[in-house]
Design a binder for this molecule. Structure first.
Ligand SMILES: [Zn+2]
Length: 140
């Protein structure tokens, strides 16, 4: 496959670049779970359904750049959040250190189901999710 074909294939499958399959799917780590719980702690329409999906969520993909970004699959029986958006209205950001802009954590939802927890770094991407105590919830 040419690199362009591969690029298009990845873009179609993941909607973004640089994701690789985690096969077989694995359960969430304690840190991933805590990060997701923190992000879903505010109340917003659909939050309850998304929270209820966390217990059945497994990790089916990860970013190949070495950052902690992961893709989820949830139990097909879990009730979907009936929401029009793909990007959850709450997100996390790292607490300020020095004068640098914070890193952010964003949650993507596909068809009302947990889809991707993405780490967006200002500078260096960490290899692990930071301690949730070093992050705060922003929004909705
Ligand atoms: Zn990455």
């Amino acid at each position: 496959m040419s690199s362009l074909d591969r690029l298009q294939d990845d873009t179609t499958r993941w909607g973004k670049l640089g994701c690789v399959n985690v096969d077989p799917p694995r359960p969430l780590t304690t840190r991933e779970r805590a990060t997701l719980d923190l992000l879903l702690s505010p109340d917003f329409p659909g939050a309850e359904e998304l929270r209820s999906q966390v217990s059945s969520a497994v990790v089916v993909g990860r970013c190949d750049c070495g950052c902690p970004t992961i893709d989820f699959q949830v139990d097909a029986a879990a009730p979907p959040a009936r929401v029009p958006w793909r990007l959850a209205p709450s997100e996390l950001e790292t607490l300020p250190t020095g004068g640098e802009p914070p890193d952010q954590v964003m949650l993507f939802v596909e068809d009302g189901r947990l889809s991707c927890l993405e780490y967006v770094a200002f500078d260096q991407r960490p290899a692990q999710w930071p301690d949730p105590r070093s992050m705060r919830v922003v929004g909705p």
